[in-house]
Design a protein around this ligand. Sequence first.
Ligand SMILES: [Zn+2]
Length: 744
Amino acid sequence: MNKIIVVKRDGTEMPYDSNKIFHAVMKAIKEVDGDISRGYLAVNIAKSVDSYMEEHTVECITVEEIQDLVENLLIYPGDYPEIARAYIRYRYKRELARNNYKELMDTVGEKLSAANVQNQNANVDEYSFGGRMGEMNSAVARKYALEYLVSPMARKNHEENMIYIHDLDNYAVGSHNCLTIPFDDLLAKGFNTRQTDVRPAQSVSTAFQLVAVIFQLQSLQQFGGVSASHIDWTMVPYVRKSFAKHYRDGLRFVETLLDSEIPNEMPCSASYSEVSIHDEVVWRYNEAWKYALEMTEREVYQAVEAMYHNLNTLQSRSGNQLPFTSVNYGTCTLPEGRMVTKALLDVSIKGIGALHKTSVFPCGIFQCMKGVNREPSDPNYDLYKLALRSTAQRLYPNYANVDWSGNAGYDRNDPRTYFSTMGCRTANGWDINGLGQLKDGRGNICPVTIIMPTLAMQAKEEWLAEGQGEKVEDIFMGILNEKIHEAKDMLIERFNWICSQSPASAKFMYENGVMAGYVPEEGIRSALKHGTIVIGQLGLAETLQILISCDHTEERGMELAKRIEQLFKDRCAEFKKEYSLNFGVYYTPAENLCHTAMKKFRAKYGVIPNVSENDYFTNSIHVPVWKEMSVFDKIDIESQLTGYSSAGCITYVELDSTVKNNIDALEIIVNYAMDKDIPYFAINVPNDTCLHCGYTDEFNDCCPECGSEDIQQLRRVTGYLTGNYKTAFNKGKQQETEMRVKHG
Ligand SMILES: [Zn+2]
């Protein structure tokens, strides 16, 4: 036989070898019945291909053509149908594997070269080296989780746009979502890292430095945000330590002053009465006191400023991300705590860097509390006013409602139990496993989100198919109930997977008690069981439109909305008891999902008026952003639904930048929200900063001061802020931002 060249799929060439055909057919025979005595068949087929080559004087042939020949030789005599099928199956599987591999490698290439940047996470710089590595890792890890780890039920729900598995890229490695850090303990006791041990803080500046370090360290043990639940209280002992040090310095300073300036007029001379000695001693202590106070205030301010800088510069996570950090404050009425809150707000108002830009991290959260800061006669009312001033200019702080009815059972004497949130909105509710309303050391373990509009479409299809007998909303409630149960199963599946990880995966967290409740003999489940596992939701407004052609801004819509939310609440309460795990209702941020879920939805159902005309689904139970209404109407509507959520929600309103000059109006709005029992409230004010001169206001593309067009347009994505929304948001969120109407 002449030398025949075989061309492989990748274009490379090799000499023809009929042994390879023999082995391929043998594999098919073995798979069917293992009867290798039928090896003659494989020999015959290889020989037949040889003769074909000779008869047709083939010089060059592709692998596919050879496989076609073998397939025909197996099929057409009709004697060996199962072997033919096995061969075809084998060939198909190989091809699938090759395609799969190619698809994966195409994605790897795309991510590594930042060829198609999607801005899935507003905090990731997808063009950076770190961002490209991170995105590539994430693409591989997602695929692995979906194809090798999750159950077929979970995968189906995820792929069919019904129940979304969040942070799939962190699924396989088994890390959890977010955590409120027990800073009181860590600062008082010190902690260990892989390389060294860190001693307890001895001053407020060290304490704030350690806060930034601990935020960094913990954010590498998990994939979501980190928070401090009551930083003003936490800092009290360290402000005291700093004050004591400055006071001692002050006394020494006064002594030297006395020694050098009035050496000859010191006491002991007969002309001084005892009162004047007393006066002089008081004077000395007063001077030292004043000195210490001034120095302590200065130190607190500088410590806070340094923390802000650290949290906006130390990119530690894959993807050149800053850790998602949040600090809650505002309820400590001790002078030390008040000093901390004031500094946090002063730094926020001042802005960071040379241009005094609005700081993106940490997310500040002011804790409103009756009797503490709500009324002019309250001890921290002045700080509330200052917070409002900061919000008007810098969007932060947001407002957490300590008096929220959903946080019942908290201890007024223990700020660790006050209502606080992670910036995006996640909240720790009542722990069924013994920690009650304690927030510190607890967080969200994992979320899923039910994409309700897909279920509504399914309900509508069934309704039409069944001759419109049963009401469409009843059919929907049935489907939703089923999906809530599946969501629960998906969460348990992931929770168990996370619990199966070794404590060595997160040494800092487990060895230092950063996550509360860890008992080594019992495994990490002993700690993870205090966290929440939550069922989120997307697109209530669109769901109602599909089902009854109106949303919850109308009474009919609100009625059905409450029925839907009650179902979520009841089921989660039942699951919580049944499984002794903290199931909760979650009004998902859906930063990326609002857009990707809509893309999938539209590909399947097309454009439906009031449902899929935009590039995004409406966030959780929110009123659609384009609805014209007053601030108070929006709060009235959303406050009827926020009570159903135990694991986190946010309500925000859009104001224009003139609010800067009307802090009293802002106060009325925030008070109104708090009195309506809204747990977590935020205000969106346009924040455009000229990157040339630093001017900040609402002006979009061109600076009115200097004419520069280099503008950072800062907007809120979820609960956090991000950089320029035009480059850091995905398409859906960009459109949503542009469609937001101001609430008058
Ligand atoms: Zn300018």
